[in-house]
Design a protein around this ligand. Structure first.
Ligand code: FMN
Length: 436
C-alpha cells in the first residue's frame, strides 16, 4: 500500500523518485539510522546530492514521533524565511491541515530589529511566539542561526514548548554553534545538521519526508480491510485484558507509549462527536497519596455494606486498587457542556455523554493492553473527594480514576472469578431474540 498524497502525482514522476531513492540507498551503503530517520536523511541527500548528510544529520530520540504527531494534528510550521514556506507542497500541507508562517519581512519586525539592533530573524520568532504559534508548533530554520538561538532562549527563559525544531541553518557565522546548542536540548525534540551545511532545501526535504511518514502511519490504521493477523491481535487484546491491582511494576511509561494510548482513547466514539473527555495524568506521589486516602475512606464504608451474609470477610481480603504501586494514574472526565446544550444524539437520553467518556476509557484500556500495560479502574472513591484533590471544576464530571503501568504478569481470568466471587455468566442466557 503506497502513499497517495505525498507521492509524485504521475507514474513517470514516481518512477524517477523511486529510482533516485534506490540510487541513494545503494551509494550510501551502511548507515546508522533507524528506518524512519533514514527516510528523512535519504530525502535530504536526494535534494542536495550530498552524501555527507549521512552522518551530519542528528535526531533527538523523540524527533520523528513528535514530528508525525504534530503534522497529523495540523500544527503550524513557523519558518525563519519565506523560501521554506514556498518550497513546501501546498496540497500535501493542506491534506493535513498544516499552515505555514514566516514573519521576517513584516514591517513591524524590521522596525523592531532596527530599534533594538538585533536581527529580523530574532524579532520574527518573538512575534510568532506572541501570536501563540510556537508552542506545539514545528519551528523550521534553514538560514538564520539567530532565530535558533532566540528559540533556545524562549525555551529556557519563557517556558516555550515547541513540538519539534528542525535546525539546519547554513553558513559561517554562528550556524554550527547554534545547531550544537539545539542538540543539547533534552525536553524539546530536534533534528539538526552538524557544522556549516544546511539550508532551506534541506529543511523542506525534511518536512516532506515527515509528511510522507505521517501519511504512511495514517494509512496503516485507516485502510478498510483488516488482515487475519490483525484480527487475531484485536481478539487477543480483548480476551487477555485484565483489571490490574497487585501486579504493577514501578518502571515508568515512556511518553511515546502514553501518547499512543491517549490518542487511542481520543478516537473513541462519542455522541454527536462531542468528545466530552479530558485526561488528567497523575504522577505526583503526594497527590496519589491523597487519592489513596480517599479510596481507603470509601473502602471502609463499603466493607460495612458487605455484611457476613454478603461475604464481608472475603470482600475485605481483596486488593481493589494499585494507586501507589502503579507509576501513574489517569482521571477521565466528562464535560457535559462541551459543545452546548443541544447535542445530536443526546436529546432523548441525557446520559449519552457519560457513556461516550466510558467508550474512551475502554479504548484506553485496550490500547494499554496492546502495549502490554496493565490498567486498574478504581471506583471505590467518592468523586467529590477526587474533584477536590485534582481541582476539577464544578461542572466537569469525573468518570474514572485508572491506575496504569507495566506489570509482572496478567491473570488468565478475572480475579473475582478465580476467587469464586462470581462466575462468568453463560452468554446464551444473555442473548435475546426479538424482545426481552
Ligand atoms: C466501572 C468499573 C469499575 C470498577 N471498579 C473497580 C474497583 O474499584 N476496584 C477494582 O479492583 N476493580 C474494579 N473494576 C474491575 C472489575 O472488578 C473487573 O473488570 C471485573 O472483575 C472483571 O475482571 P477483568 O477486568 O480482569 O476481566 C471495575 C470495573 C469497571 C468496569
Amino acid at each position: 500500500m503506497s502513499n497517495v498524497i505525498t507521492e509524485q502525482l504521475t507514474p513517470a514522476g514516481q518512477k524517477i523518485e523511486h529510482d533516485s531513492f534506490a540510487i541513494v540507498d545503494n551509494e550510501a551503503g551502511q548507515h546508522n539510522y533507524p528506518d524512519d530517520q533514514w527516510q528523512i536523511v535519504r530525502r535530504m541527500i536526494h535534494a542536495s546530492a550530498d552524501f555527507e548528510f549521512n552522518g551530519l544529520t542528528h535526531f533527538h530520540a523523540d524527533a520523528v514521533s513528535a514530528g508525525l504527531n504534530a503534522l497529523s494534528q495540523g500544527r503550524p510550521i513557523i519558518a525563519d524565511v519565506e523560501m521554506i514556506c514556498v518550497g513546501l507542497s501546498k496540497p500535501r500541507l493542506s491534506h493535513f491541515g498544516v499552515e505555514t508562517h514566516h514573519f521576517i519581512s513584516d514591517e513591524d519586525v524590521i522596525a523592531q530589529a532596527k530599534a533594538e539592533n538585533s536581527t529580523r530573524a530574532v524579532q520574527a520568532m518573538r512575534k510568532a511566539h506572541r501570536l501563540g504559534l510556537l508552542d506545539n508548533g514545528i519551528i523550521a530554520v534553514g538560514n538564520a542561526p539567530t532565530a535558533l538561538l532566540e528559540v533556545i532562549r524562549l525555551i529556557q527563559d519563557e517556558g516555550l514548548r515547541p513540538a519539534l525544531i528542525i535546525g539546519m541553518p547554513v553558513g559561517f557565522v554562528s550556524a554550527a554553534e547554534s545547531k550544537a546548542a539545539v542538540s543539547t536540548l533534552r525536553e524539546t525534540p530536534w533534528i539538526i545538521t552538524d557544522g556549516r551545511k544546511g539550508g532551506s532545501t534541506l529543511v523542506v526535504s525534511t518536512l516532506h519526508a515527515l509528511l510522507a511518514l505521517t501519511e504512511t502511519e495514517q494509512r496503516k490504521y485507516t485502510s478498510v480491510q483488516i488482515t487475519a493477523a490483525e484480527r487475531e491481535g484485536v481478539y487477543k487484546t480483548i480476551y487477555s485484558r485484565r483489571d490490574t491491582r497487585s501486579e504493577f511494576l514501578p518502571d515508568p511509561i515512556s511518553d511515546q507509549v502514553l501518547q499512543r494510548i491517549l490518542h487511542a482513547a481520543h478516537h473513541a466514539p462519542s455522541v454527536g462527536f462531542m468528545q466530552p473527555w479530558d485526561f488528567i495524568i497523575v504522577k505526583d506521589h503526594s497527590i496519589r497519596q491523597q487519592i489513596k486516602e480517599a479510596f481507603k475512606s470509601a473502602h471502609s464504608e463499603a466493607a460495612e455494606m458487605f455484611d457476613e451474609e454478603q461475604r464481608g470477610e472475603q470482600y475485605r481480603s481483596f486488593k481493589l486498587e494499585g494507586i501507589m504501586e502503579a507509576p501513574l494514574g489517569i482521571t477521565i472526565t466528562c464535560d457535559r457542556r462541551r459543545t452546548g446544550k443541544t447535542v445530536i444524539g443526546r436529546t432523548a437520553n441525557k446520559e449519552m455523554d457519560l457513556y461516550s467518556s466510558v467508550c474512551a476509557i475502554q479504548n484506553l484500556w485496550l490500547a494499554a493492553r496492546a502495549e502490554n500495560l496493565g490498567v486498574g479502574w478504581v471506583s471505590i472513591m467518592h468523586h467529590k473527594a477526587l474533584k477536590e484533590i485534582l481541582g476539577i471544576p464544578k461542572p466537569i464530571v469525573p468518570v474514572a480514576y485508572l491506575c496504569i503501568g507495566h506489570v509482572s504478569h496478567f491473570h488468565e481470568k478475572p480475579e473475582l472469578e478465580k476467587a469464586g466471587w462470581l462466575p462468568r455468566l453463560p452468554i446464551e442466557e444473555l442473548i435475546h431474540h426479538d424482545g426481552w
